[in-house]
Design a protein around this ligand. Structure first.
Ligand code: NAP
Length: 290
């Protein structure tokens, strides 16, 4: 039980819906473990209430907020400052209140990188194929290029315009020649042989459709790292088939926990207790699925 007093520092998450989030379990476990007088609460905020909620963050002296669907983009003009990666990505998932100055960050991409580093993989100079061009892909692709990886973006035909725009934005920001290709066998045949890492940044394989998979198993081989950012279920069909084909795998729980850990570090100035946060998130996901 959290012992709340007049000195307790408040953090939280804004989104709609927020019932499904595992962030309160993860952050409150971390605050308790670190002996910090902090509490983390969910706030359901409708689109029409977003501006009032952000002004309220300053007025109520809320130290930090995570931002989730549907507010990651809409929140930007309401903030005082943006971190450079959040500005490139065009989405904010973490706000820090520095004495009334509200600064926006995006910890999804850096959370992804930290989870790779934790597994002993440095993305610098690696060839990475990223499937998907949505919000999570934007965070991951910009951050991968910032960290020195060479990337190719694949997306289904209906989303190609979005994928090409994303590649153009990355190329303009970093003077690179990132390509966006249609997700089809001919293109996979051209790029998979040289790939060090394959990232699924689509929602394919997520509950309620765990029988689906975005990439057929014939593209997997020993020496390839397959990273699925879907974390529910933790072992997706993609990861199971990649493992069976001798590829190395990383599940989406690491990115989920690291993006939270980075937010924890911004709000508290302390190193996040990663293992405690991972256990709490894993337990909360299990309970949610029961
Ligand atoms: P999003 O913005 O809606 O983007 C979804 C992407 O998936 C788009 O590129 C979309 O293609 C593609 N897609 C969807 N259904 C598809 C299908 N049937 N076949 C091929 N491509 C398909 O979603 P998001 O916010 O990026 O999230 C994507 C996934 O990542 C979700 O499962 C989310 O839970 C997970 N995620 C995990 C973490 C973590 O910390 N591990 C963080 C963020 C997100 P189009 O462009 O053509 O629509």
């Amino acid at each position: 039980m959290i012992d709340i007093s007049g000195k307790t520092i408040v953090c939280g998450i804004i989104g709609d819906p927020v019932e499904h989030t595992v962030s309160p379990a993860m952050h409150n476990a971390a605050f308790a473990y670190a002996g910090l007088d902090y509490v983390y609460v969910p706030f359901q905020v409708k689109k029409e209430g977003l501006a009032e909620a952000i002004h309220g963050m300053g007025a109520l002296n809320i130290r930090g907020l995570n931002v989730t669907i549907p507010h990651k983009v809409g929140v930007i003009p309401l903030l005082s400052e943006l971190d450079f990666l959040a500005e490139y990505i065009g989405a904010v998932n973490t706000i820090v209140n520095h004495g009334g100055i509200l600064k926006g960050y995006n910890t999804d991409g850096i959370g992804f990188i930290r989870s790779l580093l934790e597994e002993g993989v440095n993305p610098k100079d690696k060839n990475v194929v990223v499937v998907g061009a949505g919000g999570a892909s934007r965070a991951i692709t910009f951050t991968l290029v910032d960290k020195g990886a060479s990337i190719t973006i694949l997306n289904r035909r209906s989303g190609m315009e979005k994928a090409v725009r994303l590649a153009d934005e990355i190329n303009n920001a970093f003077r690179r020649d990132v390509q966006a290709l249609e997700f089809e066998d001919e293109n996979l045949a051209k790029i998979m042989g040289k790939a060090d890492i394959l990232v699924n940044a689509t929602s394919v394989g997520m509950i309620p459709n765990p029988e689906e998979t975005p990439v057929e198993s014939r593209w997997f081989r020993p020496g390839l790292l397959v990273y699925d950012i879907v974390y529910n279920p933790v072992e997706t069909r993609l990861l199971r088939e990649a493992r069976q084909a001798g590829a190395t795998t990383i599940d989406g729980l690491g990115m989920l926990v690291w993006q939270g850990a980075m937010a924890f570090e911004y709000w508290t100035g302390q190193k996040a207790p990663f293992g405690i946060m991972r256990d709490a998130a894993s337990k909360a996901l299990t309970i949610k699925n029961e």
